[in-house]
Design a protein around this ligand. Sequence first.
Ligand code: DGJ
Length: 731
Amino acid sequence: MAIQISENGRLFTLHTKNSSYQMFADPFGTLLHLYYGKRTDGENLSDLIFRTDMGFSGNPPEAGSDRTYSLDYLPQELPSSGVGDYRDDCVRIRHADGSCAARFLFDSFQVSKGSYSLPGMPALYDTDAETGETLTITLREACSDVRVQLLYGVFEQADIITRALKVWNGGQTPVDLEKVLSMSMDIPFGDFDMIYFAGRHAMERTAERLPVRRAGVRIGSVRGTSSHQYNPAMILCSPNADEDAGDCYGFCFVYSGNFTASAQQDQRNQTRIQMGIHPDFFSFRLAPGEVFCAPQVILSYSSRGLTALSRSYHRILREHMCRGPWKHARRPVLINNWEATYFDFNREKLLAIASQAAELGIEMLVLDDGWFGKRDDDNSGLGDWFVNTEKLGGTLTDLSEQIHRMGMKFGLWFEPEMVSEDSDLYRAHPDWALTIPGREPNRGRNQLVLNMARPDVRDYLLERLTDILSNAKIDYVKWDMNRSICDIFSSCPGTERTGELYHRYVLGVYELLEGFLARFPHILLEGCSGGGGRFDAAMLYYSPQIWCSDNTDAINRLSIQYGTSFFYPVSAVGAHVSACPNHQTGRSVPFRTRGDVAMAGSFGYELDLNQITDEEKEQVREQINSFRYLYSLIHEGDYYRLTEPGKGDFMAWEFVDENRDHAMLTIVQTESFGNPVPIHTVVKGLDPAKKYRCLMNGAVRSGASWMGAGLTPDRILKQYESLVIEFVRES
Ligand code: DGJ
């Protein structure tokens, strides 16, 4: 039983294969958090709550003269707001009289088979392999007609619990929501570190780790997207946790807009963890009878360190978030013309790249930015989604058919959410862009943002996308988004409340994506926002792969892909071999290494293959063959991080297939020294009792021996050289 309820209907225990989560509605109706950790038998753990009279921690009226009952320290699932819990609140309501107090009391619960869905937003869904279960706990606000439903989803076998919530205005007057996070949880005992993934454009998702103390650790975005600067996911782990041991909790936000995520110790050293839509620039008016849904958070617990935690996320996102025919199908090896030509292309150049690519075995040409409107640089044309036949030397229909005749698929770049001021669209509809009357708009990449909350904007975009896609043979779309959002304002009826706009923008993007995929379900969609500025679980619902970073330098990619791997499966990571010296860093790295690094992702090329040597062309053929042969091991196998960026002089990672028959280990030498000493790496994930042949040197040893004694490469690697080593089970 994944959801266990006590006889009196007040103790709730959620069980997954390896974890349990327990809550208790106490006699006053406060929903207390009791436990999240290693699986238990579901015994009542409310004796863990130890009450004392804490000075300056007041008492709610129902406690009467009992000074030990204080909301200020009790571990809660939905903290009260403005009534004596001075820690961060979760749902803040401004009532019609201007007061902001909210005391949430247990009302009822319901258990249902199957996962819950959230209107207009992605959420984990059921599959034949596993159907979730849902616990809904309803709390009523003590002095108003507002109700909150806490939603808990359980995927027992996958070791996943989800949380989300809904706020319902059951009263006769509107209420304003000033903050609605998706979850709050107080872990009563233990010290934790927080691991989060921070960075900047072209250097995303660098893992950082900080101890959580009373000052708290807080990340977030108010850029309108999940952002390059902080990814909407975090890990809380015991200070000694590493890849193989220690308590780890993951929190992954299924949302692509503004978010906040935090962990902070309170006066009793309990850790309050929160995640949700960022309260800055947010308010939402709920008319009588209306419901606001907060997006989903995916939680997982591992008592066996970070690798096991990541594995749970890889599986759940791959199986229960990604959708469509490309979920498991092998993705075509693509060549993208962006770094090969930027805006400077014509039909001849494209065909030259395509024919060389086809000859080497590449399976799809992606035509990036610059094929539409007036778009020879990034200062104009966005919004004018009409084929520039002059630049293309003919129609897109012709070009796409010609590419198909070469034996390749054809893909196309779009940036639907944006508009250039120098565009026919902007000239016709200046009010469609987000600008504040009386203020000169702020530009990013010299472009403005379309108000995606407006139905007329979405209709125009869907019509344009449909027209282009119905008139050419298009197999793939890259959906880009190249600036952060500000100047939030709209006077359009239905979207005129500024505090709602950031969220309505995100819902608008989801609606457009949904409409687009309904019309073109066969399309392989690749998400992108200047690389990984919107690399989040929600986007995986629409695009099973996302361009990981605009930084294609293989050495920088080691840490970007390392950080990405904590939550997101390798199948989601767009990674390409590009030219050297690298356009972002100026670094030169052997062609083989560039291939080996890009192969830890959805593999492709992004350079002019006519400019590379014959020897490199031969390597392209080999890389494509290896990728085809190793595809399911890489995309569906278990992923192991063997090293950490910045520690040691090489990086290594490994894939092991589900049956533990086949493993592939990649090493990249990141530093080199005179008179080098040999390196040594651990090997993970093999069956200790089985024998494996190492294809590097032919040695046959037991899994226990490979994993215990490890492996020393049979040669010294020069700086930036790489080595791929396979292990094949013999018996
Ligand atoms: C940003 C993307 O990340 C690049 O790959 C490329 O598509 C450019 N935009 C085109 O403008």
